[in-house]
Design a protein around this ligand. Structure first.
Ligand SMILES: O=P(O)(O)OC[C@H]1O[C@H](O[C@H]2O[C@H](CO)[C@@H](O)[C@H](O)[C@H]2O)[C@H](O)[C@@H](O)[C@@H]1O
Length: 271
């Protein structure tokens, strides 16, 4: 009994301290910006700026969001970037008319200045692999195939019970294409990406751009794929701020959801 009590107390102490740590990190970033310290902000989209929707095309974008992000980019002297799994053409459509420095499809696409062109960095997928992936989707009705050019997403939000079958089938492809693709799990989605691409690598590259270099990088995200980018920001002397959701618990998160991220961004814009 004593042991049991001791264990729960320890857990709850840990929970409190990690929650305090997450909130303190967010407040530190606010303070840095208020004091005019050089901060560079890297923002994930789904689950961070936008509430999760049943399908990728049914997300709701608050009408004020593009202008708000523009204002913050200006305030940070251009040091705001979008780091997302979505294709950048789609991000531009969602945030129209605003455009930002960005990495799309987990770094498979990059735009190195807000007025620049979208560059594709990935090689094309092996057509045979594409056929194998399409076959998997055919065999699992309810799984949705999203071709993003630089990556392919297999969504199971409409059929969550198929997660393990989907992963098992994907694993059977690994030995067939040993060097061609990697799998990245997300929110009710498995992403198939060419080997070597990740949000962490993308953030490190964006952080070398003149508007971002020698600034304190802050990555805000809600997904497993964002963990690599949190690590990159922390390695560069900055912060990874988690958003609570399907992947991160309340106790480890700096924000309870996209609505709190948007409130925070509004606060930053008005500091
Ligand atoms: O890196 P992000 O900006 O978070 O983008 C990750 C993926 O987002 C989209 O899928 C996710 O959001 C959908 C809409 O809320 C949801 O229906 C789906 O279950 C999520 O996985 C997008 O479709 C993917 O291409 C992105 O990689």
């Amino acid at each position: 009994m004593t042991q049991q009590l001791k264990t729960s107390a320890t857990y709850s102490e840990n929970a409190v301290s990690s929650e305090e740590h997450a909130i303190a990190a967010r407040k530190t970033v606010e303070r840095l910006i208020a004091n005019g310290e050089p901060v560079a902000l890297f923002l994930d989209v789904d689950g961070t700026l936008l509430d999760v929707a049943l399908t990728p095309s049914t997300v709701h974008v608050p009408t004020y969001l593009p202008k708000l992000l523009d204002e913050i980019a200006e305030r940070l002297h251009g040091a705001l970037a979008i780091v997302t799994g979505r294709p950048l053409e789609e991000v531009d459509r969602l945030l129209h008319p605003a455009k930002f420095v960005a990495a799309g499809v987990h770094g498979g696409q990059m735009r190195l200045s807000d007025k620049g062109k979208i560059e594709t960095l990935t090689p094309g997928f092996n057509p045979e692999l594409v056929m194998d992936l399409k076959k998997i989707v055919e065999d699992l009705p309810g799984v949705v195939y999203e071709d993003k050019g630089s990556g392919i997403a297999l969504h199971y939000r409409l059929a969550p019970e198929l997660q393990s079958s989907l992963l098992m089938l994907l694993e059977t492809l690994v030995p067939k294409y040993p060097t061609e693709f990697s799998i990245c799990e997300g929110r009710k989605v498995v992403e198939v990406l060419p080997v070597g691409f990740s949000k962490g690598r993308a953030l490190r590259k964006l952080a070398t751009l003149p508007a971002f270099a020698n600034k304190i990088p802050v990555m805000v995200g809600d997904d497993i794929a964002d963990v690599d980018a949190f690590r990159a920001a922390e390695d560069l002397g900055g912060f990874g701020l988690k958003v609570q959701g399907e992947n991160f618990s309340e106790s480890e998160s700096s924000f309870y959801g996209p609505s709190e991220v948007l409130d925070w961004l509004q606060k930053i814009a008005n500091i």
